[in-house]
Design a protein around this ligand. Structure first.
Ligand SMILES: [Mg+2]
Length: 115
């Protein structure tokens, strides 16, 4: 039997719903360039920034399909952000289960203040 593999869009929908149910505000990040007119975002910026206003939680997530890999721009963005801001929480996620395991183990640093 063929194994079902989740697309990046599937993983995004699942993790986003999980976080929204916990009160997180998702912000879609995107690199857009209209040559000679305008640009937004940064090369390699993660797919989403999540904010948890109640507790001051801040979380960047780059979503990938099961077999997806970071591009060079994404690797550079991650490395630069970690160097400049060692307290950043920045994940590369390719399944809901992977994220839920991380979430269970890291609540203390994710939710900085009592709600
Ligand atoms: Mg992605």
């Amino acid at each position: 039997m063929k194994k079902l593999t989740l697309s990046e869009a599937d993983v995004t929908t699942q993790v986003k719903s999980f976080l929204q149910a916990l009160g997180w505000r998702p912000l879609r990040m995107q690199r857009t360039v209209i040559k000679g007119q305008f640009q937004t975002g940064e090369p390699g910026i993660p797919d989403f920034l999540f904010l948890h206003y109640q507790t001051g939680g801040i979380l960047w997530i780059e979503f990938k399909s099961e077999k997806g890999r970071l591009s060079n721009d994404q690797k550079d963005w991650h490395a630069t952000e970690r160097l400049k801001f060692p307290a950043v929480t920045l994940l590369t996620i390719s399944s809901l289960q992977q994220f839920q395991q991380w979430h269970a183990l890291n609540q203390h640093k994710l939710y900085r203040r009592a709600a």
